[in-house]
Design a protein around this ligand. Structure first.
Ligand code: ATP
Ligand code: MG
Length: 300
């Protein structure tokens, strides 16, 4: 199948989940268990994913060679939605040299002594590279919004802490993403949309299977109480920051194989749109290559 045809196929699995304008967006319209009617055996899904990751690896090689564009992939989700394993699978084929993964945890006191974007901005991807944010500046309008005691630790001047603070932060985030885009960074944002019931099942597995015990954290279970608050915060974040140039993907996450396919497809589609190619060799460079060839052939 030609690439063009594959892309057309792929779009069936990316377009339904891609949000490019926030107006009217509602989470309830998105089913975490959706697989677009696709029923695949484990091995078929793995095969398809492998083709996607190989394609991505080729594109990444050109991205790196050109050293102009960069890609920022933002992953946000409730716990156990599969952020880590999705990142691992989707990026499995790419050259580690061209990739930078950052996992953002609770901020340090140094982080808290700066504006909220500081620690993220210093990790925006270099030209030619794929930057992956496992959690991101969106935590500043998610966990910080759900637990306002975290906001209190951020040392903001009190007159600036008003009811409008979340709308203001969201506007700031949207602006930063505009800025990144204009600098040549492609921004893609993934919300892995797991259901509350599936999350419970996965927590249970963490408790029951010894090899998964290490992943279990009692505080994750406590966060379930705030589920609705999180969903509200996610919904408003997506409404305020979805755009054509920095789309959100609300990826169904109750079936891991489908999550991986949608994420891989979305990334492939976005880099494919850049129409990447290896840098052209100019006359001067060609001469250099000729000389080097002659030198090597002459026994150097
Ligand atoms: P894992 O899959 O290993 O559990 P994780 O991303 O959940 O990965 P944890 O160390 O379990 O990592 O949790 C990190 C915690 O840090 C999360 O609860 C998250 O909400 C919190 N966090 C991230 N960014 C911020 C922030 N800016 N302010 C406060 N808390 C934050
Ligand atoms: Mg965790």
């Amino acid at each position: 199948m030609a690439r063009k045809e594959i892309l057309d196929q792929i779009q069936k699995y990316t377009r339904p989940f891609r949000i490019t304008k926030g107006k009217g967006f509602q989470l309830k319209d998105f089913d975490p268990g959706d697989t677009r009617g696709l029923k695949l055996e484990k091995s078929e899904a793995a095969d398809l994913l492998q083709r996607g990751t190989e394609w991505l690896a080729e594109e990444q090689d050109m991205l790196y060679a050109q050293n102009r564009w960069s890609l920022l992939l933002v992953f946000q989700a409730m716990d156990a939605a599969g952020k880590d394993s999705t990142i691992r699978h989707v990026m499995s084929g790419v050259n580690p040299q061209g990739c930078q993964v950052f996992s953002f945890k609770q901020p340090s006191s140094e982080d808290l002594d700066h504006d909220f974007m500081w620690r993220y901005a210093s990790r925006f991807p270099e030209r030619g590279k794929i930057g992956i944010f496992n959690r991101s500046y969106y935590e500043e309008v998610l966990v910080v919004r759900v637990h306002e005691e975290i906001l209190k630790r951020q040392q903001l001047p009190l007159p600036l802490v008003s009811k409008r603070i979340w709308d203001e932060r969201l506007a700031d985030i949207a602006h930063i993403e505009d800025y990144l885009t204009r600098q040549g960074t492609i921004v893609l944002k993934f919300f892995l949309n797991v259901s509350r019931a599936e999350q419970k099942k996965r927590f249970m597995q963490r408790l029951e299977r010894p090899e998964k015990n290490w992943k279990f954290s009692a505080s994750d279970v406590r966060e379930r109480k705030f589920w609705d608050d999180y969903m509200h915060a996610f919904e408003e974040a997506i409404q305020a920051t979805a755009s054509k140039h920095a789309p959100w993907y609300v990826v169904p996450a109750d079936n891991k194989w489908f999550t991986r396919l949608v994420v891989a497809a979305a990334i492939v589609e976005a880099v494919e749109e850049l129409d990447l190619a290896y840098p052209k060799v100019d006359a001067q460079k060609k001469k250099e290559l000729e000389l080097a060839r002659a030198e090597l052939a002459g026994g150097a």
